[in-house]
Design a protein around this ligand. Structure first.
Ligand SMILES: Nc1ncnc2c1ncn2[C@@H]1O[C@H](COP(=O)(O)OP(=O)(O)OP(=O)(O)O)[C@@H](O)[C@H]1O
Ligand SMILES: [Mg+2]
Length: 155
């Protein structure tokens, strides 16, 4: 189910969008970030991190595939770009997906099975970006309302 579509004119718009999302995400949320290389997935996670009060810089995990931040709830930034198929089972992703933490997954299509329920964010566009939010499972149906109500929504 498509929840909303929003235009993000610049990187800061992507971050504030993530920040607003962080405020309304249900605990334990799995967020799958779709979009080509450079689409703004990490930028969006930076915004979510900011919304959760994380002050450390957020960059894509390179040597490990998961970065864990001790916010409340914790944030798991997972980037599967470098994942080799054989590694998938050893990664123990379920551990991150089955607790109260917010799991943000870049390149989720590398997973054998996508988490469910999940919030999908599809990022597209060259000059600025468009974000399309889709809910898979009932857990995220409140996100649209919450987002509209959140301060400064401007729409
Ligand atoms: N809304 C936007 N408008 C224009 N540029 C943006 C926007 N959001 C992010 N960017 C810029 O796009 C570039 C790539 O962003 P980012 O690293 O977040 O992409 P990514 O999808 O994580 O890439 P990768 O696939 O390599 O992980 C950065 O320079 C970032 O500042
Ligand atoms: Mg990235």
């Amino acid at each position: 189910m498509v929840l909303l579509e929003i235009t993000l004119p610049d990187p800061e718009a992507t971050r504030s969008f993530g920040e607003r999302l962080a405020a309304i995400l249900p605990p334990g949320a799995a967020i799958c970030l779709f979009g080509e290389m450079g689409a703004g997935k990490t930028t969006l996670v930076q915004g979510i991190a900011r919304g959760l009060g994380i002050r450390e810089p957020v960059a894509s995990p390179t040597f490990t595939l998961v970065h864990e931040y001790q916010s409340t709830p914790p944030l798991y930034h997972i980037d599967l770009y470098r994942l080799e198929e054989a590694e998938l089972d050893d990664l123990g992703l379920d551990e991150y997906l089955e607790n109260e933490g917010i799991a943000c997954i870049e390149w989720p299509d590398k997973m054998a099975v996508l988490p469910s329920p999940r919030l999908e964010i599809h990022l597209t566009g060259e000059d600025g970006r468009q974000a399309r939010l889709e809910a898979v499972g009932e857990a995220f149906e409140g996100v649209r309302k919450g987002f509209m109500k959140s301060a400064g929504s401007g729409d």
